[in-house]
Design a protein around this ligand. Structure first.
Ligand SMILES: C[S@@+](CC[C@H](N)C(=O)[O-])C[C@H]1O[C@@H](n2cnc3c(N)ncnc32)[C@H](O)[C@@H]1O
Length: 153
């Protein structure tokens, strides 16, 4: 894996060799439009109340799959952190001094760089959903959309 200089490991961080082949494939079903061009500009976590309006642009092929979405208030958005390296198993969180395991963090650096956010759905116009609560750069690929039912007490 080729790494940009900006992606070099910091003290206490660790990476491992990745498998030779993938076990599954996926399709990006659209793209996410946000105000942020660079990772450093993004919030660490989206704000579904006060965050900026962002647009989820679903590929027209999947339009029928939006049936029933317009009435929802909250949605789970899954997206692919396409700029992340995928071999990091220990990394330094922004809080604290040492490193933690990747699965103890919501960092975008993970073997399968799938991010999720609970967003407030403002409107649906054709294949475009306007939402609040995202934290990714403009052009981040969309993996899935699911309604949020808030099952926890
Ligand atoms: C800490 S992650 C949280 C993502 C998601 N809310 C979650 O909890 O799974 C958000 C950070 O990922 C980084 N990021 C945003 N878009 C990215 C992308 N397309 N590829 C890699 N990193 C990205 C930014 O630094 C942003 O602050």
């Amino acid at each position: 894996m080729t790494l940009a200089a900006s992606e070099t490991l910091r003290p206490h961080e660790e990476c491992v060799p990745v498998p030779d082949a993938f076990d599954a494939g996926l399709w990006f079903i659209g793209g996410i439009r946000t105000p942020w061009a660079q990772r450093a500009e993004c919030p660490r976590r989206g704000d579904p109340v006060n965050g900026p309006d962002c647009r989820i642009v679903l590929d027209a092929r999947w339009l029928s799959a939006l049936e029933g979405v317009a009435g929802k208030d909250r949605m789970q958005v899954l997206y692919w952190m396409h700029l992340s390296r995928r071999d990091v198993v220990r990394q330094n969180p922004f809080f604290g001094d040492g490193s933690l395991g990747t699965f103890a963090l919501r960092s975008p650096l993970r073997p399968n760089p799938i991010a999720s956010s609970l967003v407030r759905l403002l409107r649906v116009e054709g294949n475009v959903l306007t939402v609040r609560g995202l934290d990714c750069i403009d052009g981040t690929p969309l993996v899935d959309l699911k309604p949020e039912f808030g099952l926890l007490p």
